[in-house]
Each structure stands twice: as structure tokens, then as C-alpha cells.
Design a protein around this ligand. Structure first.
Ligand SMILES: N[C@@H](CCC(=O)N[C@@H](CS)C(=O)NCC(=O)O)C(=O)O
Length: 214
């Protein structure tokens, strides 16, 4: 039995499929060749069992034997400590991986998720667009100058930044060719394609189980 367990919902509606954040942990495990299993909590009933693992009744969370972690970023950094494929081992490379992982969450996703929420809820005016555009402009400059965020190689920081940026729908904000090429290149990695296909298959199996219960 696998020691690493990635926890996600048993089912989600069509919209978020392919984007549910368990994909980040699946993807990292695939990149690093770590053995893992996927277990589920019910989407419809988020009871005390779920809250005991994830205090906001969200997914993903990660079990690694005695260790339990919620927050996809924390899970990624935990996995990165297991494999040099996800994070260099020298102090500078490790520090920069931590830095860019936090930047993806706290400087980009912190803006992109509220922006996305206003978009999908049909707000008359999305006042966050300018803020997000400014962050994306800075990322465009960075991707014009370099291929990877850290140490001239793929790290878990690229995994997370690419995942955050693909949700931010770069195309909604005009021509940012360097960022678009970065996201396209990183999401073309076999580990991402497998993680995404596995997530889609997982929720399709959830459809079948719901249909059988109905
Ligand atoms: N900061 C959290 C966010 C987790 C999150 O937003 N999870 C979504 C799925 S991708 C979720 O569980 N949504 C259901 C909800 O918020 O009720 C993380 O990165 O793990």
C-alpha cells in the first residue's frame, strides 16, 4: 500500500474538473516518481471527519504516514523535500524554490482567485482586473528574461506558478507571449498530462457512482 495519500473530493461538477488543486500534488508525485494513492472525502457532505483533516472543508490534503498536511503549497513543499527533482538541494536553490512557491500563492493566486470569483459570479465590474494585470505584467517581464523561476531548471515553484497562471486565464488579459509560452511548456510535461487525465478519470468515475446511487 502507498504511504503517500492525496485526498480529494469523490466528485465535483464539470466546471472545476482539471483544475481541482489535488492536481498539484498528483503532478508533483508524478514528476518525482513518488508512489501515491488517491483517497476521497464526500463533496456533498463535509462533516467532522473532513474538517479534522482540512479545517476549511476543502481539498486537497496529504497524508504521509504520521504526517498530515493541508494547503496545496505546504503539500508541494513537503513532497519537494523528498525529491531533488522538485527542488535543488543547495541552500540558494532551496531558498529560491520556497520564495517562488510562496510568490505563486501569495502574490499571484492571492489576486487571481478573487478576480476569477468576480468573473464567474458575473460581477458588473471587476475592480481586481488592474491589480491582476499588473502582477501578470511583472511575470511577463520575468519570463522574457528566464526560462525557469529557479536555478535554470524545473522545480516545484514552476509547477505551482504554471498551475496558478493557467487558472488566471492569461488570454483574458491581452498579449503576454512569454507567460503563455511558459504555461504551455510546463503544462506539456508528461507528468502534468498524466495528473490531469487521472483527475478527469477520477471525477468521471464519481459520475458513475452518483448515477448508480440515484
Ligand atoms: N489554499 C487552499 C485552497 C484549496 C481550495 O480552494 N480547494 C478547492 C478545490 S481546488 C475547494 O476545496 N473548494 C471547495 C470549497 O472551498 O468549499 C489550497 O491551496 O489547498
Amino acid at each position: 500500500m502507498s504511504k503517500l495519500i492525496v485526498w480529494t473530493y469523490d466528485w465535483v461538477p464539470e466546471g472545476p474538473r482539471g483544475f481541482v488543486r489535488d492536481i498539484r500534488l498528483r503532478w508533483a508525485c508524478e514528476e518525482a516518481g513518488l508512489d501515491y494513492a488517491v483517497h476521497t472525502v464526500p463533496f456533498d457532505e463535509r462533516g467532522p471527519d473532513h474538517l479534522a483533516h482540512q479545517p476549511f472543508a476543502q481539498v486537497p490534503f496529504l497524508s504521509d504516514g504520521e504526517v498530515e498536511l493541508f494547503e496545496s503549497g505546504a503539500g508541494l513543499l513537503h513532497l519537494a523535500r523528498k525529491s531533488e527533482k522538485l527542488m535543488p538541494r543547495d541552500p540558494a536553490g532551496e531558498a529560491q524554490t520556497l520564495q517562488w512557491t510562496i510568490a505563486a500563492l501569495n502574490s499571484i493566486e492571492m489576486v487571481s482567485v478573487p478576480w476569477w470569483f468576480l468573473e464567474v459570479t458575473g460581477a458588473q465590474e471587476n475592480n481586481l482586473a488592474g491589480w491582476l494585470e499588473s502582477r501578470l505584467d511583472h511575470m511577463e517581464r520575468i519570463f522574457t528574461e528566464r526560462e525557469w523561476l529557479v536555478a535554470d531548471r524545473f522545480t516545484v515553484a514552476d509547477l505551482l506558478m504554471a498551475d496558478v497562471l493557467r487558472v488566471a486565464k492569461l488570454r483574458a488579459f491581452g498579449n503576454r507571449p512569454a507567460a503563455e509560452a511558459y504555461v504551455a511548456r510546463i503544462t506539456d510535461r508528461p507528468a502534468f498530462r498524466k495528473a490531469r487525465a487521472d483527475q478527469l478519470a477520477h471525477f468521471a468515475a464519481g459520475d458513475k457512482k452518483r448515477a448508480a446511487k440515484a
